[in-house]
Design a protein around this ligand. Structure first.
Ligand code: G6P
Length: 459
């Protein structure tokens, strides 16, 4: 079997045991851990003359390098996170465009492809991840690399009307066509992509379902990323920290609501805080009987839009606690500190509600993790935004619209009152979906399709 070479912008966080890494790092790490291979990308450091470092841990070889300050500013902080991220999350209002940053983005993709080339064997399968690396395959082809190359987009793909706000959208999307296979989280994302390819650039859908555009023939597919349910269940069961802050025992009536997100404007945190306040106002009988834990490790804190969402949250949290707290009750616990995975899974298991309400999200693995961590005998309830990719599969969650403050407040009330039999039914239904599309299925289906696809000969 050919070797797997994974490339993503960020490599280090999971290896370092950090939990604030986001779905990509969790998924890629678990996928690679089973199959072994190379994981190539940025080590998270800024350095003047970035050396390449290679380190073998178990069956994974981590090959990482730093970025220069200029590359970091233009490629990572600039075009990736101040242009692509907001636009792909439907937030034109938060996006900006700078031509130098776009050129920096192209330059770093070229540099990374050049550094990867000497590590490759002819039959390696190359799997590129996420929006930082859209032009990577084109750079590889230019360098004469003929291996199979697949791309998976972890975040949503926006409708063409939104995507075309990016001035060089045409050039950017053209580079995507150099992949053999392009994977999306949901059918909505794949259709938006197909829509762009057929309407904007007059690409053609072939009889075998493949696409031809810009003179390239390639395939696209839907591969929802999943979790490893048994492992999460075990972690949830075994974490019984002595000072577990929210153990749900028969003698403590106080229930907990939990949310875990990177501190990002796409996660709907301000709307969530407001909905929690509305819930305490509309259903005062729950006051003192419930506590909300929002864990939100800071992320991309040198991007302006992230600084402003952080200020809003601090103000909102202060407002709620100032207005409603009592000497022996704090309604909202807002923590920027990141926590180890095993602790999070323990917290999930003991929380009565998983409150996952992004304004837009590719998948949101926290939703799946919360469900997988539950005690099957007495499971909690997932309150989930319809705008998370996970809502396509977890249809037995209480689905909410994060723009509807009162609707979310009512869902919290309903979740807290839900009878055990209904909680179990919903849990079992969701677990079936989680098992059917687990992490191995994501990896195996994608790699199977990448291996199988016979494209028209390139030149
Ligand atoms: C999301 C993205 C990933 C990214 C992660 C953490 O999950 O899809 O590509 O790595 O967030 O963000 P960061 O900017 O810290 O890498």
């Amino acid at each position: 079997m050919s070797r797997l070479v994974v490339v993503s912008n960020r490599v280090a966080p999971i290896k370092a045991g950090k939990a604030a890494a986001g779905g990509l790092a969790v998924g890629v790490y678990d996928a690679l851990r089973q199959s072994g291979g190379i994981w190539f990308g940025w080590n998270g450091d800024i350095s003047a003359d970035p050396p390449i470092n290679s380190e073998q841990v178990g069956n994974i070889t981590y090959v990482t390098l730093g970025l220069t300050k200029r590359d970091y500013d233009q490629y990572y902080r600039g075009f990736s996170n101040a242009t692509l991220w907001p636009i792909f999350h439907y937030r034109i209002d938060l996006a900006r465009y700078d031509r130098d940053e776009y050129e920096g983005y192209r330059r770093v993709n070229q540099m990374l492809a050049q550094k990867l080339k000497p590590l490759l064997k002819p039959d390696d399968i190359i799997w590129i991840h996420d929006y930082h690396l859209i032009p990577f395959a084109e750079e590889c082809r230019r360098l004469g690399i003929r291996n199979r190359i697949g791309f998976f987009l972890h975040i949503p793909f926006p409708p063409p009307e939104i995507l075309t706000v990016i001035p060089p959208h045409n050039e950017l999307l053209k580079t995507l066509c150099y992949y053999d296979l392009i994977g999306f989280q949901t059918e909505t994302d794949r259709l938006a992509f197909q829509d762009y390819m057929t309407r904007e650039v007059r690409g053609v859908i072939e009889a075998d379902g493949s696409l031809t555009a810009y003179g390239q023939n390639f395939r696209s597919g839907v591969y929802p990323i999943g979790v490893v349910p048994n492992e999460i269940q075990q972690l949830g069961e075994t974490y019984k920290g002595r000072r577990h802050p929210m153990r749900r025992t028969s003698d403590t009536a106080r229930k907990t609501i939990i949310s875990v997100d990177r501190l990002d404007y796409s996660k709907g945190l301000v709307e969530r805080f407001k909905a929690y306040e509305a819930f305490l106002d509309r259903f005062p009988e729950h006051r003192r009987n419930v506590e909300f834990f929002q864990i939100a490790p800071t992320s991309r804190s040198d991007v302006r839009t992230y600084q402003s969402i952080r200020r809003q949250l601090e103000s909102e949290a202060g407002h709620i606690n100032g207005r409603l707290s009592d000497l022996d009750w704090t309604p909202l616990h807002y923590l920027n500190k990141s926590h180890e995975r095993r602790i999070l899974m323990g917290l999930f298991r003991s929380a009565s509600i998983g409150f996952v309400t992004p304004l837009r999200d590719g998948m949101n693995l926290v939703a799946k993790e919360y469900v997988a961590a539950q005690n099957p005998e007495d499971p909690g309830v997932l309150v989930l935004s319809r705008f998370a990719g996970a809502a396509r599969e977890l249809t037995s969650a209480l689905i909410v619209n994060p723009y509807d403050c009162i609707g979310m407040a009512e869902a919290l009330d309903r979740a807290l009152r839900m009878p055990l039999a209904e909680r179990r039914d919903r849990y079992e239904h969701m677990m079936r979906a989680i098992r059917a599309a687990d992490l191995s299925a994501w990896r195996d289906n994608f790699l199977r399709d990448l291996r199988a696809f016979v494209s028209q000969p390139r030149e």
